[in-house]
Design a protein around this ligand. Structure first.
Ligand code: ZN
Length: 275
């Protein structure tokens, strides 16, 4: 694949690199066997509660609840970051910014600089009121640890609810079900940083790299990236995607679509250029 061979060269010559990350680089796509990962996560910690609940038939409501929370907590601490490591190696010393539509939050556990990432659809590291009654966002890990510790010590479950209206809590993420109640406070400040950064790249040699983004929310990465590529005549646009890799005719001279799964692209193809 000729286009991948000169990727590193493009990266070296760029003044700034804009990265868009979509579903192909999400937890579910990277970790082919999430159940195994979760099991190992607790075995390594010598924590037997998960294993015990997993084996138990006819779980009580409390047990089901704790089991679910344990699953989600393991995901919060997911650190098999081979894929994102490749990306951060590649971006080392570069002026970059990453926007992701993924809500699994795993990008924040990578070596990428947190102040150069924006996640407009939120992420599971924060909880909010299910009704969205207030702008209060809670740290998911802390809330879960409290619930789990109490269960281990006393055998009881006390669910955390919104301290304002008493409703259940939900992840601070935007999807089809939460579109009316999603609180945007979690990312808006960083969004401002992102748009400012982007406006400064207008006359710079900008490498735009879109990896694994599908068409669910094209107004966040796909369409805006095409627009940036169209107006910045010094830019180069690379769209990596297993199936939706085509690029618009208008930017075809300054960009290309690479038919490749995002994980494979970072794990295998790009590696060849880094040797
Ligand atoms: Zn509330």
């Amino acid at each position: 694949m000729k286009s991948i061979e000169d990727m590193k060269d493009k990266m070296l010559k760029a003044d700034a690199v804009l990265i868009g990350i979509g579903k192909e680089l999400s937890f579910e796509q990277i970790e082919k066997n999430p159940e195994e990962y979760i099991k190992h996560f607790y075995l390594e910690k010598n924590d037997r509660l998960y294993e015990m609940l997993e084996k138990k038939e006819n779980k009580t409501e409390d047990e089901k609840y704790i089991f679910q929370i344990l699953k989600e907590k393991a995901k919060l601490e997911y650190s098999s970051q081979k894929v994102y490591e490749k990306l951060s190696q590649l971006l080392q010393d570069k002026n970059y910014f990453v926007i992701t539509t993924n809500t699994d939050g795993i990008i924040f556990q990578s070596d990428l600089e947190k102040d150069r990432i924006v996640a407009p659809c939120g992420d599971i590291h924060r909880l909010q009121c299910k009704k969205g009654c207030s702008d209060e966002l809670l740290n998911t890990k802390e809330v879960y640890e409290n619930i789990i510790n109490q269960y281990k010590e006393k055998g009881t479950v006390s669910k955390f609810n919104c301290s304002h209206c008493g409703q259940e809590l939900m992840f601070n993420v935007r999807n089809n079900e939460t579109i009316q109640t999603y609180r945007e406070e979690g990312y808006l400040k960083q969004w401002e940083v992102y748009t400012k950064w982007l406006s400064k790249t207008l006359n710079q040699k900008l490498l735009i790299l879109e990896i694994g983004e599908n068409l669910e929310q094209p107004n966040l990465i796909r369409w805006p990236f095409e627009k940036v590529a169209f107006f910045n005549l010094k830019s180069y646009f690379v769209r990596v995607n297993q199936s939706l890799y085509q690029i618009e005719k208008e930017i075809a001279g300054r960009g290309e679509g690479i038919k490749c799964n995002g994980v494979h692209f970072l794990n295998c193809e790009l590696e060849k250029t880094m040797l």
